[in-house]
Design a protein around this ligand. Sequence first.
Ligand SMILES: O=C1O[C@H](COP(=O)(O)O)[C@@H](O)[C@H](O)[C@H]1O
Length: 231
Amino acid sequence: MQLVKLTTQEDVAAHVAQQIADTIARKEDASFILASGGTPTKAFDMVPSMLSSPASQAKIIKLDEWVGLSNSDKDSCEHYLTEHVVKPWGIQPENYIAFDGGELPETEVERIQEVMDSMKNPDLCIIGLGMNGHIGFIEPNDGLPVNVSKVTLHSASKAHPMVSGKNNIEFGISLGLQEIMSAKKVILMVTGEHKKEIFDKLLKSNVTTSLPASLVKIHPNAEIVYSEDVI
Ligand SMILES: O=C1O[C@H](COP(=O)(O)O)[C@@H](O)[C@H](O)[C@H]1O
């Protein structure tokens, strides 16, 4: 695992955006597992200006979604990825692998698991650090979900700005550890003063299920990239 310290959030965004663009330049049908949330937004928004042509053959795989929010909901991860990735990068709709939080979660889990099982080793996985140390919606627990799952959200996750005004969000759908760890490269982005405490725990922590992001440390090609404001 490589730790990459950069000065500003803008630097982190540019660093990650460049890796996404380079991956597409090397392999036009590259596949990406992508998180939603505040952390990767600047990086995703920088990508189009780094591409020589639309990334129409690239595949995007949604990392997680709030159960109860349909794809048309402006607070859904679907809306986020559509606006910050699928449309601006020029992704063909058939190359976007997503699940709908407005559908029956068990059915969506089964459907996406089949897709993931037929598609080994995504090229790049970009994830953020939850305030409780989660990645995707893999929450701190005694055991962690191996595969695509419906998960019970912790209070810290339900307080996320995307859904903090809603009182009907109890569950999420998330890719599991196997899907994340099977990516050829995993980049964990950490920015912002509000992540100081959990980032400090992550740096000091052994691998533990009580801090799911710590598992990234044992991925053979992982990068934890952070800005100075988190230390
Ligand atoms: O709840 C979530 O939080 C993390 C971090 O979100 P951010 O807004 O602080 O970047 C996000 O990466 C994850 O996908 C999401 O489920």
